[in-house]
Ligand binder design. Sequence first.
Ligand SMILES: Cc1cc2nc3c(=O)[nH]c(=O)nc-3n(C[C@H](O)[C@H](O)[C@H](O)COP(=O)(O)OP(=O)(O)OC[C@H]3O[C@@H](n4cnc5c(N)ncnc54)[C@H](O)[C@@H]3O)c2cc1C
Length: 507
Amino acid sequence: MNNQAVSSFENVNQSESVAIVGAGICGLCTALALNQKGFRVSLFERDVPPPSGDPDQAFFEWTRRGAAQFRHPHAFLGLMCSVLEEKYPDLLEDFFSAGARKVAFKDMIPPHLSSTYQPEPGDEKIWVLMCRRATMETVLRRYVERIPNIEINNKSYITNLEIQHKDGQNTATGLRITDRQDNNLESVRDFDLIIDATGRSSKFHQWLAAKDIEINEQRDDAEIVYYTRHYKLKQGIDEPSRHQEDPSMGDLGYMKYGVFPGDAGHFALIICLPLAETELRKTIKTGGGFDSVCRTIPGLLPWIGSDKSDATTEPFGIGQIHAVWRDYLDQGQPQILNFFAVGDSHARTNPLYGRGCSTATLHAHILADVLNETRDPFARAIRFSEETTNKIRPIFDASLREDKNGIRKSAELIHGKSQKEKWSFKQWLGKSFGDALGAAAKETITVQRGIAKTVNLLENPGDFLKDPKIRRTVFLYMLRGRRKNQGVQRPRGLERDEMLEHIASLG
Ligand SMILES: Cc1cc2nc3c(=O)[nH]c(=O)nc-3n(C[C@H](O)[C@H](O)[C@H](O)COP(=O)(O)OP(=O)(O)OC[C@H]3O[C@@H](n4cnc5c(N)ncnc54)[C@H](O)[C@@H]3O)c2cc1C
């Protein structure tokens, strides 16, 4: 196990008792990061641990009510992968042994460009880890379980936060716990530091509000629903190439679709629909409807079909896709000391962009650095908030802008607004630029690399557009005209009215 040199605070850190609530992706990463800084950690998790056995058992059998997204497919982006690679290289080996696969930047380059590919510094960080989330979480959990200074309390449901109010300042002091392994025995345990890693269903802000501590929250609905169905390739069927002429991931305007290759021949298809697409949403809730819609998309045909794969689950959806940001300072002053929220409970983005686990991993390490830097509770709260804002807010803001764009586009399509009439010159320019960028990304490695860095969160979203070489290339594509650029971009598939006719014909 890679227990890198711990800081000079090691012994001091050991004297602080730390509770992390939630042993999901961020809770586990926070435990690892704090362990590297010499802290002793107690994790509290409401669910049972992963079943013993292989990833299939974890995927099909693990009861995971605490993480509603557990069986939706996940891609683990470059930011997360490069943090794990740098800090816990042996953990990565465990992922690979469990069947996870690395898709490197050179594998993402289509064959027509691959002969011109010259590696550049930084390319080694552009890679994606592909496996089912059940596989990732099981391996991560087992790795953490082997670390002596981390205690994991399973079936321990946290029901409230204890605080002390003294000299006008609130300080977190303990947790109220229901032990579901022991007849729902209730108890209170004191801790020096309490970390909320309870994800999208976090109730800490509500518990704080009940104690008159109002946490400022920004919440924006992405107005979409996300549907998944899992499949397994039949024996003897090879995984289709990621470089088919028709892309296995795309946006038809009224519907986004994608294939998530997993491990051991498993893969998932996702369909993402605006809330307003009621008829389509109704159709894809059934297995037959879901498959029938997917089979109209040429990019998905190599994957589904009775001769290619078998469905292993029914389709299932998840709603409440909100961008949520919580601010634990009020006018620059900490609302509560010795309490920190990490991962989804602090900042949540639309799953379509696959950013949550990466920001969670980064956040875990930001917190560990801050807690290791100083023992002053005020300084810790302020520093953590500053670092979160500096490093995670740009990702959140970019995601929110993408959500707003998506909402606007789908409203234009569904309500049949005349786009031409309504476009201002600025909007037209924006669309031309977007089309040119998309086309240039398909045809030039330089632009593709820039986009891959943004997508993988290896730099602030959109920073690649500051590169003069990339700007020049995109400008030249703009000069070709929108029609040509759109032609390169749009995946083949039914137009919305054709799709509505198709589903009406299903009866
Ligand atoms: C449909 C969907 C698809 C996604 N796809 C991707 C993707 O492709 N790539 C990506 O990076 N991210 C993706 N995400 C986001 C990702 O799942 C989250 O960002 C990530 O899991 C956040 O980690 P977390 O630890 O903060 O929360 P979680 O992983 O949700 O963990 C929270 C943990 O807290 C526990 N818990 C909750 N309440 C309590 C309590 N009261 N007491 C004790 N324990 C409690 C839960 O059981 C759970 O284990 C997706 C999200 C969704 C919804």
